[in-house]
Design a protein around this ligand. Structure first.
Ligand SMILES: Nc1ncnc2c1ncn2[C@@H]1O[C@H](COP(=O)(O)OP(=O)(O)OP(=O)(O)O)[C@@H](O)[C@H]1O
Ligand SMILES: [Mg+2]
Length: 333
């Protein structure tokens, strides 16, 4: 039976795909809670506006951490509000596919199912995120040719080798977009004695983030608080600054990719040498990341079209085509 919705419950963004309509919601997975009334007052984009500004009496919460639920009741309310916003009220609980990182504990998996049911969703069906990402990137996951997917989200990077409809090998590391943003904050503090907030650092990363030296150097102006005078200070960051700032987290990320390749059986490695590594997730859009990964692994690397939407589109498409692979316990190492 066909399910009606697909959801990517991400650390940074929550996306909903509706059968026959496509992506109907793409908003930050953030809520604002009135501390006195213990009530969720804002969700998504509106709540994210309050991050780092937290007005008196309001707590701004990210209920998903590192790809898994960290605040159960807040996740339920966030899901309810987003479903209502994107689909309206429905008397029949929508049937749903939910993408989860390939390496989650049984407890984490149960939490996702329970949260979905508590939010009014029927019979939630869980699908491995990398498998969904691969389908969303246009890869024929049912073929016997091996493919490697690297999904770089906000909290985690999922690396998986996919073949015959499932992940043969997978790994999940807590180095992704958020760690890159944190590395920029640290770099600016050390190099320019300037304190900047997460939003400033993330905006700069999205504007000029780069891990490969570029000839056309890009710059962006940022404002922070001087560590010396404590006064507001404006400075300019360049794409070369970004390359230095991002070196450490990106090196860790690539080391993990290399570790997975090392554990991949030789036949599949030779498939990947042909099919290449496909990058998905919002975090893969840093300038030069594909070139850097390719130069270190020696394998072809391509960035998927609309990388940040691959997981949710893939989960929806897998369902529409009736080819959802059962979420199996993939081999951990
Ligand atoms: N153009 C861009 N360049 C660099 N990074 C970007 C860009 N756009 C978004 N990002 C980063 O992508 C990350 C969010 O990606 P995505 O929406 O795929 O994460 P998620 O699915 O919510 O997280 P996770 O998969 O870890 O649970 C954020 O860290 C954001 O800063
Ligand atoms: Mg994700």
């Amino acid at each position: 039976m066909s399910r009606k919705l697909a959801i990517d419950l991400g650390t940074s963004t929550l996306q909903i795909y509706a059968e026959g309509k496509g992506v109907v919601l793409d908003e930050p997975s953030v809520i604002a809670v009135d501390k006195y009334l213990n009530k969720v007052t804002l969700v998504g984009r509106e709540a994210a506006e309050l991050l780092e500004r937290e007005p008196e009496g309001i707590e701004v919460v990210r209920p998903i951490r590192d790809g898994v639920i960290s605040r159960f009741s807040h996740t339920v309310v966030m899901l309810q509000k987003f479903i209502k916003k994107s689909c309206g009220r429905s008397l029949i609980p929508p049937q749903t596919v939910i993408a989860v990182p390939s390496i989650v504990t049984d407890v984490e998996e149960h939490a996702v199912r329970d949260a979905a049911v508590s939010a009014g969703l029927k019979d939630p069906f869980l699908i491995d995120e990398p498998v969904a990402a691969a389908i969303g990137a246009g890869i024929d996951v049912t073929s016997d040719k091996g493919h490697m997917i690297v999904d770089i989200g906000g909290g985690t990077t999922d690396i998986a080798v996919i073949c015959l409809g499932g992940a043969v090998l997978s790994s999940s590391v807590r180095v992704a977009g958020d760690e890159m943003t944190a590395a920029i904050i640290k770099y600016v503090r050390n190099k320019y004695s300037l304190l900047i907030g997460e939003r400033t650092a993330e905006d700069a990363k999205i504007a000029i983030g780069s891990v490969w030296r570029r000839n056309d150097i890009q710059t962006v102006s940022i404002t922070g608080k001087s560590l010396k005078s404590r006064a507001p200070l404006l400075t300019e960051l360049s794409s070369n600054d970004m390359t230095e700032a991002l070196e450490e987290p990106v090196t860790r990320l690539i080391e993990e990719i290399c570790a997975v390749i090392e554990k991949t059986p030789p036949e599949l490695v030779s498939d990947i040498a042909e099919t290449g590594i496909t990058l998905t997730g919002g975090g893969c859009q840093i300038y030069g990341l594909d070139k850097l990964i390719s130069s270190i692994t020696g394998l072809p690397v391509k960035t998927a079209e609309d990388p940040a939407l691959c997981v949710v589109i893939g989960a929806g498409k897998a369902d529409e085509a009736g080819l959802i692979p059962e979420r199996n316990k993939t081999r951990k190492y």
